[in-house]
Design a protein around this ligand. Structure first.
Ligand code: HAM
Length: 426
């Protein structure tokens, strides 16, 4: 039997997990600087959470969810995104009652969508996301956008495009919606089956249709920006003002609509401009979702956030030829010769490890020379040589592999010596 990983999933092997850990660490540091704190929520939730949160009429809910019944007959769903879960936890644990508002959260975790797999589109992918709940200050929008941009920039990405739009408040959206219905209704029969349904349920999503992209009515569709009421226009102007102030470049695209129903006011995506980047150029997306907390049973609370998949981030790094400075070398490898020395090697490997030194030794009964070769392959910074001769004198020979320098060190001093060498950054 030849069982493979399911379609649209991948194994991350040790040769790549170093990059993942590096990125996770960098993003966690970034969140600490912006004062966002980590939240971890379950991988599955009640199906209703996403139906209500993400929206019944979205592609995610209609076509892409991994929904199953558990043995107790409950309908559960593997989370397709993180916002609904974060908001559910915010309401369930009454985080709106905390003295410090807004509540600023970040998360990492696998998300699941039954999509047609292609480069940059997986059925299981890992999202990094943030959510700021409890403030309707446009400066928070700017903060979220700036964190998103910094996330990419600090990893070295340069070919980035920030695209923003405003979807306005409920009144603006409702006026725009009516205009869209009026605009597209005469063309209903020419639109794809999905868009015919969207015309009834969520006409904004027609603007995002891949099939009808080239229909002439698309180019002349009414723009949300002409339907923003005064408050929404002012809000959008303030967000842009903050971005200008911070020196963050962006382009406004009135056709930017997001695939989830909860958005209003600010919506944005970050794209890669890198040559050779795949067909899907969106690296991340997010926006404001005032109203979602109430929708999920909490008090009126504004919110905004964004999410990116680490898979697409890695694709962008690859497209820009960026190698992450991951140290995949080993601090120390113990080479031993003879039975007695082998015993000592086992002991000192353990002692050094307990003292915080990264150490490995041979477990293949290799010859002396082959052990050195293994140390080389593992990119060991130091090799500790334990031979019969050394043991007679209660010493070990420590070789600095970059300088070739060798020093005899008494076994009693070995741990202290190694710690000092490594901490000294040699
Ligand atoms: P989203 O646009 O559906 O938004 O997804 C955000 C990001 O997740 C995408 O830009 C992409 O990087 C990644 N992504 C989505 N689907 C896939 C896939 N099938 N394979 C690989 N990567 C994928 C959300 O999920 C919102 N919850 C974002 C948000 C947070 N809005 C407010 N707060």
């Amino acid at each position: 039997m030849n069982i493979k990983a399911p379609r649209g999933t991948q194994d991350l092997l040790p040769e790549t997990t170093g990059d993942w850990q590096y990125i996770e660490q960098k993003l966690t540091d970034l969140c600490r600087r912006f004062n966002y704190q980590e939240i971890r929520t379950p991988v599955f939730e009640h199906t209703e959470l996403f139906q209500r949160g993400v929206g019944d009429s979205t592609d995610i809910v209609q076509k892409e969810m991994y929904t199953f019944e558990d043995r107790g007959g409950r309908s559960l769903t593997l989370r397709p995104e993180g916002t609904a879960s974060a908001v559910r936890a915010f309401v369930e644990h009454k985080l709106y009652g905390l003295a410090n508002q807004p509540v600023k959260l970040f998360y990492f975790g696998p998300m699941f969508r039954y999509e047609r797999p292609q480069q940059g589109r997986m059925r299981q992918f890992v999202q990094f996301g943030i959510e700021a709940l409890g403030s309707a200050d446009p400066a928070v929008d700017a903060e979220v956008l700036s964190l998103a941009m910094s996330a990419y920039q600090q990893l070295g990405l340069r070919s980035l495009k920030l695209v923003i739009n405003s979807l306005g408040d409920a009144e603006s959206r409702s006026n725009h919606r009516n205009a869209l219905v009026e605009h597209f209704s005469p063309h209903k029969e020419e639109l794809c089956a999905d868009c015919q349904v969207r015309l009834e349920q969520n006409p904004l999503r027609i603007l995002d249709c891949k099939k009808d992209r080239n229909h002439p009515a698309m180019a002349t569709a009414p723009s949300i920006l002409t339907y923003l009421n005064e408050d929404s226009e002012k809000y959008f102007a303030e967000v842009k003002n903050h971005l200008d102030n911070m020196g963050i470049d962006y382009v406004v695209d009135p056709n930017l609509v997001r695939g989830l129903d909860y958005y209003n006011h600010t919506a944005f995506e970050i794209m890669s401009n890198a040559e050779g980047f795949g067909a899907i150029t969106t690296l991340s997306g997010g926006g404001r979702y005032n109203g979602l907390v109430e929708e999920l049973g909490g008090p009126e609370t504004p919110g905004i956030g964004f999410a990116m998949s680490l898979e697409r981030l890695l694709m962008a790094l690859d497209a820009e030829g960026i190698e992450l400075p991951v140290d995949d070398g080993l601090d120390c490898f113990i080479v031993s010769l003879g039975e007695k020395a082998e015993k000592a090697a086992v002991r000192y490997t353990y002692e050094l490890r307990n003292a915080g030194v990264q150490v490995d030794k041979d477990y293949q009964q290799r010859k002396f020379k082959a052990q050195f070769k293994a140390a080389d392959r593992l990119k060991a910074k130091y090799v500790v040589i334990l031979g019969e001769e050394e043991l007679e004198k209660d010493t070990a020979t420590v070789r600095n592999m970059s300088t070739g320098e060798q020093v005899d060190v008494s076994l009693q001093q070995l741990v202290a010596y190694m710690k000092e060498e490594l901490e000294g950054g040699n």
